[in-house]
Design a protein around this ligand. Structure first.
Ligand code: F1P
Length: 346
């Protein structure tokens, strides 16, 4: 195991990055007010790869409002949705580098169509930062790693907060368990489970396929956890909405398949408890990441806040798992084959 890995250091730096993002709340409120004052009724949340999954996390915050929020990969937004973009739309484009080709193309098209454009990026003076009508720069320290870790958590948190502030700005009260301030400490606490995650990873080295399950805001985490493992460990992975697992995919599972479920406390808790019980009855024993009291857990999520706020913290054990599966297999997660920090043309 390489001890000087960028990736590992960057995962460990997530609590600081999350503090930085929370420090941006005044700017985030300003942007949210701009969106609401413009009378926006349709919000497109967009990015590529990990940035797309970060964009997805914001969507859940607005489902109970009159704003129609839709998360799409930038390419899909560009190819199939531009006819739906007009001056009542806002496009929120996320990109660590601020240079991803599809994301920039979608942003430019949206501007042409009269939409309000918001860029969220970690890269100062990048085209995204310069060209969006309003941009939010996340100064979380350079991320050297090719795969996104603390930048994913930061982009996700900023999007969740932005959608939360949009909700507040249209006059909807945020729930009493909307406590983003608790996230940095929870991130530090979950990082203390690193040795446990490493142990779990060491038992997964012979698996050829992995299935990640999550409901609601844990679904983008399942997607990002699955992506992290593919990028670092070159295994085939799939993410599903948890209950969809029983509608077909369960047939394909055998001892070569690793099964991981993020069972977070919220609207689907009791269904998840039943699902896990049924799986165990069929001798399918998933790795359980959870903050539901009644469940036996492999990794406990040390956080009890609104479920929409969980993604930036809950992704951490999955990032560590990807890191350790990769290094224990003798691979180098700092340099995944065929990948570069961003894709510059399509
Ligand atoms: C997006 C991204 C990364 C991925 C890969 C290529 O980059 O898809 O998520 O790890 O290395 O680029 P960005 O738009 O966030 O800079």
């Amino acid at each position: 195991v390489i001890s000087s890995s960028f990736t590992l250091n960057e995962i460990r730096d997530t609590p600081n990055a999350l503090k930085r993002v929370i420090g941006e709340l005044p700017r985030i409120r300003e942007i949210a007010d701009t969106i609401v004052n413009r009378g926006i009724n349709r919000l497109f949340l967009s990015g590529c790869g990990s940035s797309f999954y970060a964009a997805m996390t914001g969507h859940y915050v607005l489902v109970d409002t009159k704003i129609n929020a839709l998360a799409l990969p930038s390419s899909e937004l560009l190819f199939y949705y531009t006819d739906a973009i007009n001056s009542s739309s806002a496009v929120i484009a996320l990109s660590r580098s601020g240079r991803t080709s599809e994301t920039l193309a979608a942003l430019r098209k949206a501007k042409e169509k009269g939409a309000l454009t918001i860029g969220i990026t970690c890269s100062k003076d990048s085209p995204l930062e310069r060209e969006a009508h309003h941009s939010l720069l996340l100064s979380i320290g350079e991320e050297q790693s090719i795969v996104m870790t603390k930048s994913f958590s930061s982009l996700a948190l900023s999007t969740i907060l932005l959608c939360g502030e949009v909700k507040r700005s249209i006059g909807k009260e945020l729930e009493s368990n909307w406590i983003p301030e608790n996230l940095p400490l929870a991130a530090s606490n979950i990082l203390k489970l690193e040795n446990k995650v490493r142990e779990i990873a060491s038992e997964l080295l012979d698996k050829r396929t992995f299935i990640f399950l999550g409901t609601g805001s844990a679904y983008p985490i399942a997607l990002e956890g699955a992506l992290k493992l593919m990028e670092t460990s070159y295994v085939v992975t799939k993410a599903l909405h948890s209950l969809e697992f029983r509608h077909g995919p369960i047939a394909a599972v055998d001892k070569n398949v690793g099964l991981i479920i993020i069972a977070h406390k919220g609207k689907s808790s009791s269904a998840l408890i039943n699902l896990i019980r049924d799986l165990k009855a069929q001798k399918l024993v998933p790795i359980v990441i959870s903050n539901i009291e009644e469940l036996e857990k492999d990794i406990e999520i040390p956080l009890d806040v609104n479920e929409a706020l969980l993604p930036p913290v809950v992704i951490i054990p999955l990032q560590l798992m990807a890191y350790y599966v990769s290094t224990l297999k003798g691979l180098n997660p700092d340099k995944p084959r065929r990948l570069s920090k961003f894709v510059g043309r399509f």
